[in-house]
Design a binder for this molecule. Structure first.
Ligand code: SF4
Length: 739
């Protein structure tokens, strides 16, 4: 049988690696890194090649399911599944209003075209303020500070690691995670190149991670205290007269307020709490200020703490005060090929928080969603507006949200749940109807989100490897949107697609600087008619994007067809360019260094200092989302779900390497095998995230052979970042006892 080669982007994490997939008929015979991909250069991690196993996984659902009254499942047709949703959901809305509905969205949605382009109509169809997502579990502090500081919550500051002279990383382990909120294809290779050309890499982490191991310097720190240490760096920049904002000085406001707000955080005052000598803190501040270019980048250990937003803000304040904001080698901002780079003046509508609050928690919304940590209480607490029915899209909150035992109980109490998920997971087992999307190899791909977070300007489209008769995820979400909105289950999902495309075209026709301003909608739709579903929207965005043909305005410009035909490995447009001040969209038109919500939370920080807590999470190269544990090659070998303990602590606590220990927090306990290691500082223990597959009803039979324990049985839903509502997954107070 003839073999075929398919080029595509790996959709499993943010790194956007190019893959070369060889097939024979309907079989994948090889997956390897695409050597000609201009940004990932052949790099691939162990997860990338498992797209074959994920595609062939016998536990992956290929037809919808409805739960029987006795709790067993039956496979049904798509028509029956949507009819059941219509039958069950209507009476709940009639009796309790739309506020009784909720939608919970997981992070795989940003890796899929359906999730990226068709979730908005579904969220609108749900029609309640009970919107939750994984963003308030792992990344909301960065959205919030980007929104407050430059008015654009989705414009992430990107460490320009290809050109920087100095990279300071906190709570980030990109040699294992391959990057987060910073898309760097072949992150390990680029870090090596950075060191080889003489740049300095400093890692701040309570664990000696793989990234820390290869850094120029590793500073250990008490969990949860990064925020104090960053404030001490800011304090030193002012005290030692190191502030030099440079080019952006006329466009930055609030410098004096930052100086006043950080006056008490001297390196000496935080040294003991952070576990970093004052001299070292002062030296790092000088190095950052004196390097020709420098970038401060923080991630999970930095953001998923009680003061995550202050930590996120402080990193970017340092970038600004050292003249590294929007400077090559410092922090840069992407403008992807699907985005426009039209000339504009600084200034805009800014960013607002707390436009509404949760019924029970009274926590404010952020970017249109409520904190994930409050979901269980919004379901369990009786009263008007209680959540009774849930739409779950590509999410496993019973593993990924804090206090998962409470959430498990909450999900079991729902009147109705529909899950869009390829697996029966700890969460989707509570559903009444499951709608399975196709496998990654059966869908086309375009990375809108991650191309916008990449350190280079890049475009790549991936065709589906295998054809299928199953509905596309776009179609599933559109049909679900119609049924949830109250339309008959037999409605044509193209109604949603047509309105999404028409709306996007109309917006451009109305926008004065658009190349299609004032043109006829039908004429534009006619050009797009070569494509259907997501491809129509990709073509539209590429044509109207910064390199696009503008529907004829720039005849040689980019279109989807040209991208496919001329650049099958993807097209690299080069380094990021400076975007400030034009891209600043705060009300003042300046980068606001002292936004009020951060200043207010600094008062809370002063009255309740972090640094007494001990459990931290950790990332494994072979793990990302929970369903990857159903791939044997990713879980075999050495036990990965271990409780790491420092040798001195092991002795003090009486726990022994390889034997079991129980870890208790305020909300729960787990028992895990102990791994004694000096990779951690004393007083800190570590459990990885995403395990715990042994409970009844989970149909992930490979994962069940190595179930591990769920670290979110220990995380406390009542502790969260006050500004962003983000869960605190690190620096959890626990006690450890031998079993
Ligand atoms: S690093 Fe991420 S994108 Fe690259 S192969 Fe691994 S999982 Fe896929």
């Amino acid at each position: 049988m003839a073999t075929e080669t398919h080029l595509r982007t790996c959709p499993l994490c943010e790194a956007c690696c190019g893959l070369e997939i060889t097939t024979e008929g309907d079989q994948v015979v090889r997956i390897r890194g695409d050597q000609s991909d201009p940004v990932s250069r052949g790099f691939i991690c162990p997860k990338g090649s498992t797209l074959k196993q994920l595609h062939e996984d016998p536990d992956r659902l290929t037809s919808p399911r409805i739960k029987n009254d006795d709790g067993t499942w039956r496979d049904v047709t798509w028509h029956e599944a949507f009819a059941e949703i219509e039958r069950r959901l209507g009476p709940i809305v009639d009796a309790h209003t739309r506020q009784a509905l909720s939608i919970v969205i997981g992070n795989p949605n940003v890796h899929n075209l359906g999730g990226q382009l068709y979730l908005r109509p579904l969220i609108a169809a749900v029609g309640s303020t009970n919107i939750f997502s994984a963003s308030t579990v792992d990344q909301m502090p960065k959205h919030v500070t980007a929104g407050l500081m430059w008015g654009r919550p989705d414009l992430f500051p990107l460490a320009d690691i290809e050109r920087t002279d100095y990279l300071l990383m906190l709570g980030a382990n990109p040699r294992v995670s391959n990057g987060s909120l910073l898309t760097v294809p072949d992150f390990p290779g680029r870090l090596d190149e950075l060191v080889e050309r003489g740049a300095r890499v400093v890692v701040v982490d309570p664990r000696r991670t793989k990234t820390a191991d290869k850094a120029s310097e590793h500073l250990t720190i008490t969990p949860g205290t990064d925020v104090l240490w960053l404030l001490a760096i800011i304090n030193t920049l002012f005290a030692d007269d190191l502030v030099d904002i440079g080019r952006l000085a006329p466009h930055i406001s609030g410098v004096d307020q930052v100086q006043a707000a950080t006056i008490g955080f001297t390196p000496e005052s935080i040294a003991e709490r952070c576990g970093i000598d004052a001299d070292v803190t002062r030296r790092i501040a000088h190095e950052l200020a004196e390097a020709p270019s420098a970038a401060v980048y923080g991630r999970m250990g930095n953001h998923t703490t009680e003061y995550g937003s202050i930590a996120s803000w402080a990193a970017d304040v340092i970038n600004a005060l050292t003249g590294n904001l929007d400077r090559p080698g410092g922090i840069m901002f992407n403008c992807a090929p699907t985005q426009t780079l039209a000339p504009s003046e600084p200034g805009g509508r800014g960013f607002k928080l707390s436009r509404w609050v949760g019924r029970v928690s009274k926590r404010g919304e952020v970017k249109g969603e409520l904190p994930a940590a409050t979901l269980a209480q919004e379901i369990l607490t009786p009263g008007e507006g209680k959540i009774r029915a849930l739409v779950l899209v590509a999410c496993n909150p019973v593993r990924s949200f804090p206090n998962s035992a409470q959430l498990d109980e909450a999900f079991a109490s729902l009147d109705f749940m529909v899950a869009v998920d390829p697996y029966v997971t700890a969460s989707s087992r509570h559903a009444d109807v499951i709608l399975p999307p196709t496998s990654a190899l059966e869908r086309s791909h375009y990375d809108f989100a991650f191309e916008a977070n990449m350190i280079r300007v890049f475009a790549k489209y991936s065709k589906a490897v295998f054809a299928t008769d199953a509905p596309r995820e776009e179609e599933i979400l559109s049909r679900l949107a119609l049924v949830v909105s109250g339309k008959p289950s037999t409605s044509d999902p193209m109604l949603i697609h047509d309105s999404v495309v028409a709306q996007a075209v109309d917006q451009e026709i109305a926008r004065e600087s658009s190349p299609i301003h004032g043109r006829d909608r039908e004429e534009i739709l006619d050009v797009l008619s070569e494509w259907t579903w997501s491809e129509q929207l990709i073509d539209l965005k590429l044509r109207l994007g910064r390199f696009g043909d503008g529907f004829g305005a720039t005849p040689d410009g980019l279109t989807l067809r040209r991208l496919i035909d001329d650049h099958p490995h993807g097209r690299d447009f080069g380094h990021l360019e400076q975007r400030f001040p034009d891209a600043i969209k705060t009300v003042s038109g300046t980068v606001e260094l002292a936004p009020e919500p951060i200043m207010v939370d600094l008062d809370r920080l002063r009255s309740k200092l972090p640094g007494d807590h001990d459990l931290v999470g950790r990332r494994d190269l072979r793990s990302c989302n929970t369903w990857m544990h159903n791939v044997n090659v990713l879980i075999k070998g050495k036990e990965r779900c271990t409780l790491q303990v420092h040798p001195d602590d092991a002795k003090r606590l009486g726990v022994i390497d390889g034997e079991m220990a129980t870890v208790r927090s305020r909300v729960g306990e787990v028992t895990a095998p102990v791994e004694v290691t000096d990779d951690l500082i004393t007083g800190v223990v570590s459990l990885p995230f995403g395990w715990g597959h042994g409970e009844p009803g989970i149909e992930m039979n490979t994962a069940r052979t190595r179930p591990g324990v769920n670290s979110n049985r220990l995380t406390d839903e009542s502790v969260m970042c006050a500004v962003s509502g983000n869960a605190a997954l690190n620096a959890i107070p626990v006690e450890v006892v031998p079993v």
